[in-house]
Design a binder for this molecule. Structure first.
Ligand code: GLA
Length: 393
C-alpha cells in the first residue's frame, strides 16, 4: 500500500502549529504574530533621534509556543531542520547563541536584563517575511517572541515598552547597531495607518494612509541585490552622524533645523560629512511634510517627497546600489508618482506609489529594465498597511 505524503500547510499560522506539533508533540498554548515593515519615508533618521513614518506589512511571522517547567528555551524555525536549545548561561552572554536563534535568545536576554522572570518555553517559528530583503524579518521574530513570552510569563510589560526591549536584543545581543524604527513599526503598526514616530520621545501618532480610497497602490519591488557590506556601511554612516552632531555641539542631528542647515554645514570639516548631515536634516523635514500632506488627505501628492528622499540617499548618504536606482528610475518613467528605496540600504526593497490600475504595468516596466541591465529578476507585490504584533486566535 502506498501512502500519499500530506503537503505542508501554506498558511503561516498553520505552519507554526504544524512545526510545534511535529517537533515537540502536543498543542501550543497559543500563537503570536508580528509583521514585517516598510518605511514610507525617514531613512537613517531614527538613530539621529529624528522622525520616521513606517508601516507594518500584511506578511507575518508566527510563533507557536508553550511553557516548559524548567528555565530553558527550545526554538525551532522553518529555516532549520533542528531546534536550538539554550538556557540562562547562553542567554545571559550576548553572542553565545548565533544565527537566526540569536534574535530569540536576544529577547530572552533583554527581558532578563530588564529584571523580568522569563518563563522557559518551547517555540516554533514560521514566517512569510522574506529574510534578507530589508523588510525587517528580524524585528518580526523579536516582536512575535516577545509577545509570546510576555503572555506566557504574565510579565508586567506594556506594549509601548516592547520596541526598546526588542531593539536591545538586536543591538546588544545580536550586535547590530540599528535604531528603534523597525521594532516600533512591527509592534505599534495599525491597519490602514502609517506610524509617525518621534524617535527621541517615542511618541507615536497613527496617520491614516488609505491608498485604496485614493485609487492608489504601493508597489514593493524586492531589488534582489546582494547586500554588499551593508553592516559595515550602516555602522560607518551612524558613526559619521554622531561625530557630526558632536562637531556641531548638538545632542543629535535632529536638533539641526533645516532653516539653519547652511550655517551648520559651513562648520563641518569635509564634504562627505556635509552631505551625510544634509541627508539627515532634509529627510526629517520630508517626513514632517509627508505627514502634513497625509493629514490633509493628499495621498497622491507625497510622490515628489518620496523621490527626493531617494535622490538624497543616492547622492548625499550614498547608500543605494545600481539595482535600486534602476528600479526607482524605471518606476518613475512608467508613471509612478514617486519612488524610493526603503530601509537601511545597499539592496533591499523599493517603494513606488502608483495608480492602482497601473501597478502591474509599472511592475512590468521595472522587470524589463532589470532584464536590460542583466540583473536577476526583481520580486514585485502591492501592499496595504497592516496591524502590529498580536496574539492570534
Ligand atoms: C535599518 C535599521 C533601522 C533604520 C533603517 C534606516 O532598517 O534597522 O533602525 O536605521 O535601517 O532608516
Amino acid at each position: 500500500m502506498t501512502t500519499t505524503p500530506t503537503a505542508p500547510p501554506t498558511d503561516v499560522a498553520d505552519r507554526a502549529t504544524a512545526g510545534f506539533r511535529h517537533r515537540y508533540g502536543g498543542e501550543p498554548a497559543g500563537r503570536w504574530a508580528a509583521p514585517g515593515r516598510v518605511n514610507l519615508i525617514g531613512e537613517h533618521t531614527d538613530y539621529n533621534e529624528g522622525f520616521v513614518l513606517p508601516f507594518a506589512l500584511p506578511l507575518r511571522t508566527v510563533v507557536a509556543a508553550a511553557p516548559r517547567d524548567d528555565e530553558r528555551w527550545t526554538v525551532w524555525s522553518e529555516l532549520d531542520a533542528d531546534p536550538v536549545e539554550f538556557g540562562p548561561a547562553e542567554a545571559d552572554r550576548p553572542g553565545r547563541v548565533t544565527g537566526w536563534a540569536a534574535y530569540v535568545a536576544g529577547v530572552v536576554w533583554a527581558l532578563r536584563a530588564a529584571g523580568h522572570r522569563v518563563p522557559g518555553a518551547r517555540l516554533a517559528v514560521a514566517s512569510d517575511v522574506p529574510v534578507g530583503s530589508g523588510l525587517s524579518s528580524s524585528a518580526a521574530v523579536e516582536a512575535a517572541v516577545l509577545a509570546a513570552l510576555v503572555e506566557l510569563g504574565r510579565l508586567d510589560l506594556p506594549t509601548d515598552r516592547w520596541p526598546r526591549l526588542a531593539q536591545r536584543a538586536e543591538n546588544d545581543y545580536v550586535g547590530a547597531p540599528t535604531g528603534i524604527m523597525d521594532q516600533s513599526a512591527v509592534i505599534r503598526g495599525r491597519a490602514g495607518h502609517a506610524l509617525f514616530l518621534d524617535c527621541r520621545t517615542e511618541d507615536v501618532q497613527q496617520i491614516p494612509f488609505d491608498l485604496q480610497a485614493a485609487g492608489l497602490a504601493m508597489l514593493v519591488v524586492d531589488s534582489r541585490a546582494p547586500h554588499r557590506h551593508a553592516d559595515g556601511e550602516y555602522a560607518a554612516r551612524r558613526k559619521s552622524c554622531e561625530q557630526a552632531a558632536e562637531a556641531l555641539g548638538v545632542p543629535a542631528l535632529r536638533d539641526v533645523d533645516v532653516a539653519d542647515l547652511d550655517a551648520a554645514l559651513a562648520k563641518l570639516p569635509d564634504d562627505e560629512t556635509r552631505r551625510r548631515v544634509r541627508h539627515v536634516v532634509t529627510e526629517d523635514r520630508r517626513v514632517l511634510d509627508t505627514v502634513a500632506l497625509l493629514r490633509a488627505g493628499r495621498v497622491g501628492d507625497i510622490g515628489p517627497l518620496l523621490t527626493a528622499s531617494h535622490a538624497s540617499m543616492r547622492d548625499d548618504f550614498e547608500i543605494t546600489v545600481p539595482e535600486v536606482d534602476t528600479a526607482v528610475d524605471a518606476a518613475l518613467a512608467a508613471g509612478a508618482y514617486g519612488a524610493r528605496m526603503t530601509g537601511g540600504g545597499f539592496g533591499g526593497c523599493v517603494l513606488a506609489l502608483v495608480d492602482a490600475d497601473r501597478a502591474q504595468a509599472v511592475a512590468d516596466a521595472v522587470t524589463a529594465a532589470y532584464a536590460e541591465r542583466g540583473f536577476a529578476a526583481p520580486g514585485t507585490r502591492t501592499v496595504l498597511p497592516a496591524g502590529g504584533a498580536a496574539r492570534l486566535d
